[in-house]
Design a protein around this ligand. Structure first.
Ligand SMILES: CC(C)(COP(=O)(O)OP(=O)(O)OC[C@H]1O[C@@H](n2cnc3c(N)ncnc32)[C@H](O)[C@@H]1OP(=O)(O)O)[C@@H](O)C(=O)NCCC(=O)NCCS
Length: 247
């Protein structure tokens, strides 16, 4: 029978699926969001070194924001896993089914005693088309893109990420974005086009994407105002290389 959760591993104690980063970060795994992640999330989302670089975060970030968010992302993960488990029955001989999201996204550091700590998040979502200046056109593109079936190669995705400040600068997010793309996004979601926008000056974030094959297209100014401040963005994009992958 085809393993529809491929290439996720399963924690034998908890049954939770996960992906493990490669060496030297083998103690870091990507897992589904969990009920109970709220308190650590609140701590990091109120850290100016994190929220200062993010667009859509309420500040201050309150328990009700975290409750809403964890329910939302947990539901997305649960629905995806449920669909894949059902696909194992519906398509016992394959093929592997495409899905619209990654069921694993929370970065956790696994300690020697087996417990783990939430240290970040990396995820795909449908693109907000921030690069399109005309609002009506942007909305139309967002809606068309949102309607497309999982696996459609014309879907434009975005990636969101953050990492606990204690763990910055060790190559962790570069590895996590690479893993999410190669192990899940490309083979299991059919991701072929990703566009990200960082705030101008977010050199660490730009480097994470550049080191994963994104091309830095420079400043993109759509007049966005974040927490009362006008922000210039940097646009980076990635396209699946057909020549490299299909020959
Ligand atoms: C952006 C972020 C996810 C990067 O994660 P990370 O694990 O620290 O990144 P890495 O260690 O993989 O670093 C990638 C590169 O950026 C460089 N870098 C990291 N932080 C940097 C900084 N503050 N200034 C300059 N370069 C930096 C690293 O040196 C590395 O480049 P190199 O290999 O050429 O030396 C993390 O800094 C973060 O969570 N920032 C706040 C939230 C955020 O910006 N999210 C992204 C929104 S678009």
């Amino acid at each position: 029978m085809v393993y529809q959760l491929h290439p996720l591993e399963i924690n034998p104690k908890t049954g939770e699926p996960f992906l493990r980063l490669a060496a030297p970060h083998k103690n870091i795994i990507l897992t589904p969001p969990r009920q109970g992640d709220q308190s650590v999330l609140i701590q990091h989302m109120n850290d100016p070194a994190i929220y200062g670089w993010m667009k859509r975060l309420p500040t201050p970030y309150l328990p009700e924001h975290a409750d809403f968010w964890i329910q939302f992302v947990k539901e997305e993960s649960d629905t995806t896993l449920e669909y894949l488990r059902k696909s194992a029955e519906d398509f016992p001989n394959g093929p592997l089914q495409f899905v619209g999201a990654s069921p694993v996204r929370h970065l956790r550091e696994v300690k020697e005693d087996g417990t783990d700590v939430l240290i970040g998040d990396v995820n795909f979502r449908r693109s907000p088309f921030e690069e399109v200046l005309d609002e009506v056109e942007r909305k139309r593109l967002q809606e068309d893109n949102a309607k497309k079936q999982a696996g459609d190669p014309t879907i434009q995705y975005a990636i969101g990420d953050w990492l606990a400040v204690t763990h910055h600068g060790r190559g962790i997010m570069t590895a996590a974005v690479g893993l999410l793309m190669t192990a899940w996004g490309i083979p299991r979601m059919g991701v072929r086009h990703v566009v990200v926008h960082t705030f101008a000056g977010n050199i660490g974030s730009n480097r994470v994407f550049e080191k994963n094959g994104f091309v830095n297209r420079g400043p993109s100014n759509n007049g966005i105002i974040v927490r009362g401040e006008k922000k210039v963005l940097t646009l980076l994009d990635w396209k699946y290389d057909l020549d490299e992958n299909e020959t």
